[in-house]
Design a protein around this ligand. Structure first.
Ligand code: PLP
Length: 430
């Protein structure tokens, strides 16, 4: 596979963009080699600047649930562009999108549109603090909530009481108010809630974790979070930037039956444009300015073009209720292909991750939290990644990401993917 143009562009990019990319994982740092530069995309396919074609299981890290450049979405966006790109004044589309989100996720009675998932979670946390008058939050190691200062924190090794920031440039003060618990470990949460009694504003969680690879909640774990937050007067925030409109139209609440106080959305809700949202009950969201005291604003918030992409995408999803079953079944077939090779696979709906755990041959090794995920053989993953890429199949260039299946992945392409897996993994294990 010739990728000279990409290589040249990457060399050029590295001179004017840090690491040559505008978001770190894109640089292929975890798997080696250089990224391909995309020229265009259509349906399940990405085309690079050298004329290669890749079957895409990244789908822009989640938004592409309908595949790329869905004709109806593109047409609606074209039309919206003709009417002006941004006004900084209210539009009917914003009301329509807010209503659609409420129809899909009834707990979200009021919603605020923002431009990125980072902004959505950062703002939801601010609302939780404003509403409760408390400062601390609890998050989980291996859960990603965007790159805002207060959320770039995971557990220090061993004991989880010491909070240290993951990134340089984050004042230690921020990390001090972010406590990190162990995903799927009720005891770690209970202890933290007790030690910080009356100080915890919210527990923020990926209801199905998908940023340490896919790690579904153990039975009862989300119910426990719901119970303990209610008991202790804290809010429960579901970060649904990935799970929203992905696991089901009603996101994690429909999928698990557990209700949260605040939900954050991103990725799919913007239909491929920079749009995200946060919302919850009318009572809680009434804290947000100009109605309440929690300030949050955005020049491009509710951008008319992005809103159009979001509305059109949600409408397509709402009209086609069979879609979720279709993509889930496809993901299940891919998961089976990995299982046949004795690898550990976690799957929730159309999200899945194969874990190259060192004892994968024994199978059954459970990845239930960040520590488990960290035990994976990253070199084995990198080998598998490149063998898939050589065959023209693009999976996320990191062990700790999800594989996203879209409605544009046909059954035939799933067959082909399963064969490629059988071959790519067989070679890995020789
Ligand atoms: C991607 C993601 C974010 C951040 O969203 P951006 O749009 O990249 O800022 C936050 N939370 C979760 C769960 C995500 O997957």
């Amino acid at each position: 596979m010739d990728t000279n143009q990409s290589k040249m562009l990457f060399d050029k990019a590295k001179k004017c963009i840090p690491g040559g990319v505008n978001s770190p994982v894109r640089a292929f740092g975890a798997v080696g080699g250089h990224p391909f530069f995309v020229e265009r995309a259509e349906g399940p396919w990405l085309y690079d600047v050298d004329g290669n074609r890749y079957l895409d299981y990244v789908c822009s890290w989640g938004p592409g649930i309908l595949g790329h450049a869905h004709p109806r979405v593109v047409e609606a966006v074209r039309k919206a562009c003709g009417g002006g790109l941004t006004f900084g004044a209210p539009t009917a589309g914003e009301v329509e999108l807010a209503e659609l989100i409420h129809v899909c996720v009834p707990d979200v009675e009021m919603v605020r549109l923002v431009s990125s998932g980072t902004e959505a979670v950062m703002s939801a946390v601010r609302v939780a603090r404003g509403f409760t008058g408390r400062e601390k939050i609890i998050k989980f190691a291996g859960n990603y909530h965007g790159h805002s200062d207060g959320l770039l924190v995971k557990a220090g090794s061993g004991l989880m009481t010491q909070s240290v920031p993951d990134s340089a440039g984050v004042p230690a003060g921020y990390a001090e108010s972010t406590l990190t618990a162990v995903y799927n470990d009720e005891q770690s949460v209970r202890r933290m809630m007790e030690e910080n009694s009356g100080q915890v504003a919210a527990i923020v969680v990926e209801p199905v974790a998908a940023n340490m690879g896919v790690v579904p909640p153990k039975e009862g774990f989300l119910e426990f979070l719901r119970r303990i937050t209610k008991e202790k007067g804290a809010l429960l925030i579901f970060d649904e930037v990935i799970t929203g409109f992905r696991l089901a139209l009603g996101g994690a609440t429909e999928y698990t039956g557990v209700h949260a106080d605040l939900h954050t959305f991103g990725k799919i809700v913007g239909g491929g444009m920079p749009l995200a949202a946060y919302g919850g009950s009318r009572e809680i969201m009434s804290c947000v300015a100009p109605l309440g005291e929690v300030y949050q604003a955005g020049t491009l918030s509710g951008n008319p073009v992005a809103v159009t992409a979001g509305i059109t995408t949600l409408k397509i999803l709402m009209e086609d209720r069979g879609m979720y079953r279709r993509i889930d079944t496809k993901a299940e077939r891919i998961a089976e292909a990995f299982c046949k090779k004795g690898l550990t696979v976690n799957r929730a709906g159309s999200l899945l991750t194969v874990f190259f755990t060192s004892d994968c041959a024994q199978s059954g090794m459970n990845v239930a939290n960040y520590e488990d995920a960290c035990r994976c053989d990253r070199e084995a993953f990198a080998g598998y990644f490149h063998r898939m890429l050589e065959r023209g199949i693009y999976v996320a260039p990191s062990q700790f990401e999800a594989m996203f299946v879209s409605d544009a992945h046909s059954e035939e392409l799933i067959d082909w993917t399963c064969e490629a897996i059988a071959q790519s993994v067989a070679r890995a294990q020789q």
